[in-house]
Design a protein around this ligand. Structure first.
Ligand code: C2E
Ligand code: CA
Ligand code: CA
Length: 457
């Protein structure tokens, strides 16, 4: 019996070993070595589980850590790996038990959730942004991770895992192309958009030489007098034989290809020449605002581009305003602040575009010589919806007032909001209520009729 007992024990031990190594092999097959996260196979298994049977539902999230390559390149791969591990913990915290998180590539993660309703899907994406976006200290530096996310849902976008993963990937591509740090739900239009995008970036190179670019102008109205006080220059691209392309699409493209430099110089010059022509003709106090993107600061070319445009047009620097988004000011590289200071010294003014959208960091407002805030059009569009929205916009104007900044409300579409804006002490409005961006001739006609005339000198 003693023998039997030992034999039995040995048999059990063997079995346990086999069971353990089987589990180990299975773990290795199904999990990622660096992060310990499950891989795509598990995601697919869970997807099939979530969607089987009546009432099955699922959504697939494709997540890409923005600018990971830069971390690897500047801080090294060891730090890159550490960052991925830290991100893994945060992503795990951001998803609940109804979802499976896995790593599918270098800096790419995938989540399969049991839920598909839009509200929950948004909530998950938002949790990722907030939780996983917290700053991490790594290699003596603080890294602020941001994510681009593409989402596809069962059964709307497809019935099998492969299809949904591919569509989530297309949505991710769109989120990246739109400027990263955002999420996009897949829609059917994206497929052709992605192809169009690739095709168009080739065409963009020739757009200027082929004369396909135009500058449109949208009036800015002084709310006190109701008169036109200036114009914002907005680029338009009419590719030969194709539909017009929105600047929201081709500006990011031009930033990637480096074309923005030439395009930006061209807009500045066109806009300054046009403004000067208006001044000499019938609108002596006309002012012009031109949008500038981060990429134009990169090679330190902006200072010269502005100087050239002013020299060539003879426009007084005080009549030119450059519109910057807040994200530009966060760039520590390229000496953005230095360049802004040099342009300010010329007498050109600056405004912050889309204020309130994204992360508003009031700290810089006191430090930089920026005179005007342009309140993002989404706030203006929604401010009459609820008292809360209105109060929020009111708070933005209160900040501007406290900091002694001029305010421009963009995207004004109705009379009701003009009343509210005046009550908030907003000085200038811009929007479809007065006029869409139009060609120079139409702008002149409008400026000449609106309450008589543009204020004369
Ligand atoms: P932005 O600077 O915020 O320009 C204002 C946008 O709001 C314009 O879109 C304009 O047409 C639109 N808009 C004006 N009033 C209303 C309104 O009442 N309601 C609504 N719903 N929209 C209104 P657009 O012309 O499509 O330009 C889009 C963006 O492209 C601009 O946003 C700007 O960021 C960029 N962009 C345009 N031209 C240039 C340029 O020359 N250089 C650079 N870097 N960016 C440009
Ligand atoms: Ca603008
Ligand atoms: Ca804007």
């Amino acid at each position: 019996p003693q023998d039997l007992r030992t034999m039995l024990q040995r048999y059990r031990d063997e079995n346990e070993k086999v069971r353990k190594s089987e589990a180990e092999i299975s773990r290795m097959v199904h999990h990622d070595f660096l992060t310990g996260l499950p891989n795509r196979l598990i995601a697919e298994r869970d997807f099939n589980d979530f969607t089987s049977g009546p009432g099955g539902a699922a959504s697939v999230f494709f997540i890409d850590l923005d600018h990971f390559k830069a971390v690897n390149d500047t801080l090294g791969h060891a730090i890159g790996d550490e960052l991925l591990k830290a991100i893994t913990l945060k992503l795990s915290a951001a998803v609940n038990r109804d979802a499976t998180l896995c790593r599918v590539g270098g800096d790419e993660f995938l989540i399969v959730s049991r839920r598909r309703d839009e509200e929950t899907v948004h909530a998950i994406a938002e949790r990722i942004r907030v939780h996983a976006g917290e700053p991490v200290e790594m290699g003596g530096r603080v890294i602020m991770p941001t994510f681009s996310i593409g989402i596809a849902r069962f059964p709307d976008d497809g019935s099998d895992f492969e299809t949904l993963a591919r569509k989530a990937d297309i949505a991710l591509y769109n989120a990246k192309a739109a400027g990263r740090n955002m999420f996009r739900l897949y829609d059917e239009g994206m497929n052709s958009q992605t192809l169009t995008h690739i095709y168009m970036s080739g065409r963009l190179r020739e757009a200027l030489t082929r004369g396909e670019m135009k500058v449109y102008y949208q009036p800015k109205i002084a709310l006190k007098t109701g008169l036109v006080e200036g114009a914002e220059a907005l680029l338009r691209w009419f590719p030969e034989g194709g539909a017009p392309v929105s600047p929201e699409e081709f500006i990011p493209m031009a930033e990637i290809t480096g074309q923005i430099d030439e395009l930006g110089r061209w807009v500045l010059r066109e806009a300054c020449l046009q403004c000067r022509a208006w001044q000499m003709d019938r609108f002596p106090r006309m002012k012009i605002s031109v949008n500038v993107s981060a990429a134009q600061f990169k090679r330190g070319n902006l200072v010269k581009a502005v100087q050239d445009a002013l020299d060539e047009s003879g426009l007084a620097p005080a009549c030119l305003e450059l519109e910057l988004t807040e994200s530009i000011l966060l760039h520590e590289e390229f000496d953005v602040r230095g360049q802004i200071a040099r342009i300010r010294e010329m007498g050109v003014t600056f405004s912050i575009d889309d204020f309130g959208k994204g992360y508003s960091n009031l700290g810089y407002l006191g430090k930089l010589d920026i005179g005007t805030l342009k309140i993002d059009r989404h706030f203006i569009a929604h401010m009459m919806n609820t008292e809360r929205d209105k109060a929020l916009v009111g708070a933005i104007f209160a900040i501007a007032k406290a900091l002694n900044l001029k305010t421009v409300a963009e995207g004004v579409e109705n009379e009701e909001s003009i009343k509210a804006l005046k009550a908030f002490g907003c000085s200038t409005g811009q929007g479809f209520y007065w006029s869409r961006p139009v060609e120079p001739a139409a702008f002149e006609a409008y400026a000449a009729t609106i309450r008589g005339r543009v204020r004369r000198a």
